[in-house]
Design a protein around this ligand. Sequence first.
Ligand code: HEC
Ligand code: HEC
Length: 236
Amino acid sequence: MLIGLLFGLPLALLAGASPGAESAPSALQLAQQQDCFSCHAIDHDVVGPAWLKIAQTYDGQPQAATILTFKVLNGGAGHWGSVPMPAHPKLSEADAKQIVKWILSLKGNLRKEPTTTYTYKDESGKPVTVDFKIFNDKHQVTDNVFSGYEKYDSYCYRCHGPDAVGGEYAPDLRKSIANGMNRRDFFIVAMEGRKDKGMPDWAGFFTADEMEQIYEYVKARQLGVIGPGRPRSAGD
Ligand code: HEC
Ligand code: HEC
């Protein structure tokens, strides 16, 4: 529904607006309004543990959201060290839960070192190797890569250019990856944004798994394994 709405909007209306800005604040915005970021960061320990580490630790535990919401509201120490987290008495339980659910959703990005690699040919026939699958047996792109293409084409292209070739306002993401930006760096910039430079934040709008899809699409473009335009998918 949201996608349909956005498609119909003139670009000018969308430019500069952060995703979901007109609706309730995203989990990331809630966390920014609170003091969370004075002690936490997405990918590294500050005073408290990195969000990614928390997500990985509690992965698969059905009670995690409830337990962590209680901890954020009431504070406490002992789980990660002796430094306590302060209580947050002014934060509503619903908002605390929304932030915690978002933190837990970041787990998808902390994959173990991939054990499988896939080799494909780029447009000049040179073999390239990646740690995710780009094509299925029928030489159609995987659902992940296709979803990444669709998301890129709806939300990133207006600044980063169609087909990930770079735009007037924002860099060529293929070059960013070619110059050494890895999956995690890509994820962190895309989730946190660079507000001062005009890059919106997408945390709370995309889950970690959805951002992985966008990364896979851009990476496949960077390697020259898929060309410009709509890639052929299982739905065709
Ligand atoms: C003054 C520093 C500080 C602030 C501010 C802070 N935290 Fe923490 N946080 C910590 C510390 C330290 C720990 C580790 C506590 C422990 O060892 O049990 C922690 C742990 C956590 C955990 C994991 C708890 C567990 O038991 O595993 C979550 C989730 C969390 N913080 C979320 C938040 C959120 C959300 C906010 C903002 C509303 C926030 N924190 C604000 C310092 C802070
Ligand atoms: C409103 C315009 C805009 C939109 C929409 C946008 N970006 Fe950006 N993005 C930028 C700008 C501007 C920069 C450069 C920031 C800087 O100079 O540090 C940037 C930088 C980045 C970078 C870091 C590149 C580098 O080399 O440092 C990544 C990764 C990124 N964007 C991913 C995305 C993804 C993924 C999407 C879609 C979900 C997206 N962006 C949508 C404007 C945008």
